[in-house]
Design a protein around this ligand. Sequence first.
Ligand SMILES: Cc1ncc(COP(=O)(O)O)c(C=O)c1O
Length: 436
Amino acid sequence: MSLGWLRRLIGLPDTFEGVIYDTASIATMHALAAAREAAIPAVRAKGLAARSDVPRVAVYCSDQTHSSIDKAVIAIGLGHESLRKIPSDDRFAMRIDALRDQIARDRADGVLPIAVVPTVGTTSTTSIDPVPAVADVCERERLWMHVDAAYGGVAAMLPSHRHVLAGAERADSVVVNPHKWLFTPFDLTAFYCRRMDVLRSAFALTPEYLQTRDAGAVKNLMDTGVQLGRRFRSLKLWMILRSYGAAKIRAVLAEHMRLARELAAWVDAHHDFERLAAVPFSVVCFRWRPATISASAPELDAFNERLVDLVNSTGDVFLSHTRLRGRLALRIAIGHLKTTYLTCTLSPAGTAGAGNASASREGVQGHARCTQNSCTGGSVGGCVGAERGARAKLRLRGAVGVDAGGKRLRERAGRCWRRGRRHGRRNHRRRSGLRV
Ligand SMILES: Cc1ncc(COP(=O)(O)O)c(C=O)c1O
């Protein structure tokens, strides 16, 4: 039921059947196993090893794709070399001309293309691959299209963002992660497939001790993957959708994106900061690049690395980082249900903040400290500054810093827990709005 609601909310047709997995990584692995099943005769029975009748195969994704695609091709025995990372354009989206060229080259070399994985909301910058154009290619070339919308897919719930999943209705499979940006406690991934019969023919296997009289009358979830036993995950999604409702969820997602755009505008307006990617959703990638200090590329990277450490050591604000076109980028991801207000002042004059750090040509120095009132006042704050006055003060009500990848949240939660013990566990957890 909850998968049906979510499917309708994001605008996928009812022809997609849904199944819940633990993570997007596992969903993608199953999608590519289905692609392998569809493309390679008798692969279930004979596998791939030592088969002279099976050519080398290829799977395509962009150079911005999440590492789960790499792991999936490794896990299902296609080999890492089968993955073709198609170059992305200046907006970090897959170049469709390069995709077409690579497929043509592979076919000419006797390689068998089997699947393309476009992403809606890539991990580093949240860029969006051109899904409709990829769908054209897949239809023409008869390839499985698996859309990794783990992060960005839920934005399609907003009428203003329906377009982010344009073309996904033509996919063979789509993955969306409620545990990423739909406030659902880890772990819960929604996998939608238009050809679940192919996935079933890859995995259905019922020994005598699992036979039931209902066989055929029910959809048995053990048939759609490796797992037999399963947790009752859907209740979490059901509760999120029931208790908040579509209108509230849309409003929260819209607010996250508004906050991200506002933060991006502040970065753009400040002469000591530089934005490094567009902001289609709620993640902002930027770096500190002081106008008054001439620094080499490695020095700038080192400054920014230090800045991440300083900000994160406050325990109040969490930044993650990535590397974009060789440059170290800071990432702020806004995705927590209780992130309701954020002000960020980047003023050359600077004001005293909760802590401070200074930077010079030699590097970022100084200290950053956590304020007691960040735990008791219902807001969290930190302050980073730079020599000659550039100061960035981040103050937010609720919580920020839920990594789009969600990875460091556990570390953050751990720190919060320890601090919570100092300042009054219940009080802190309630007011800081952290999911623990
Ligand atoms: C675009 C994208 N796809 C897939 C994943 C993997 O998600 P999971 O942790 O659910 O396996 C991530 C995680 O950050 C992601 O950003």
